[in-house]
Design a protein. Structure first.
Length: 157
């Protein structure tokens, strides 16, 4: 019985700590962005996750925002986008627009999770104010669509 009470106490302390952290972090500025996948689906927020098979790719358009959710500008040439694990996915940048890129699956059958890290300079003057974000990427196996056959040599019974 005392072990159960102790576990409940620890869960209460953990819940209090999480709520306290959430209240404290509301006042801190965060990098918010819109990500448009294939120009049909838009996600607005701080944490984004893409789930795709290892043979797929997805187009992403970054849209920096100010603290009120309005469109904002970043220093031209400052946007950096890189895959944290090149073995799972790679990033191909659009040479004509630094806010556009594609995330490509590894096309090798390797599955797992990683992230695409994004940063840019939000200070349009001489200074540097780096804003950061990331997109979680889950590389999944492809679904079976039929059967292949491995047939042995005929032998006497």
């Amino acid at each position: 019985m005392s072990a159960a009470i102790f576990i409940l106490f620890l869960l209460g302390v953990l819940a209090f700590g999480i709520l306290h952290h959430l209240r404290q972090s509301k006042d801190k500025p965060r990098f918010r962005y819109i990500i448009a996948l294939s120009k049909k689906i838009k996600f607005i927020g701080d944490n984004i996750m893409i789930s795709m098979s290892y043979s797929q790719k997805v187009s992403v358009e970054l849209a920096p925002q100010d603290s009120n959710g309005n469109p904002a500008t970043v220093e031209p040439g400052s946007v950096q986008v890189v895959s944290a694990n090149q073995g799972l996915c790679t990033v191909v940048r659009d040479p004509n627009n630094e806010l556009l890129f594609e995330v490509l699956g590894n096309n090798t059958g390797v599955v797992g999770t990683t992230q695409v890290d994004i940063s840019a300079d939000a200070d349009l003057g001489q200074g540097v104010v780096t804003i950061t974000g990331f997109i979680g990427v889950e590389i999944t196996p492809k679904q079976a669509v039929g059967f292949g056959f491995n047939i042995g040599e005929p032998i006497e019974q």
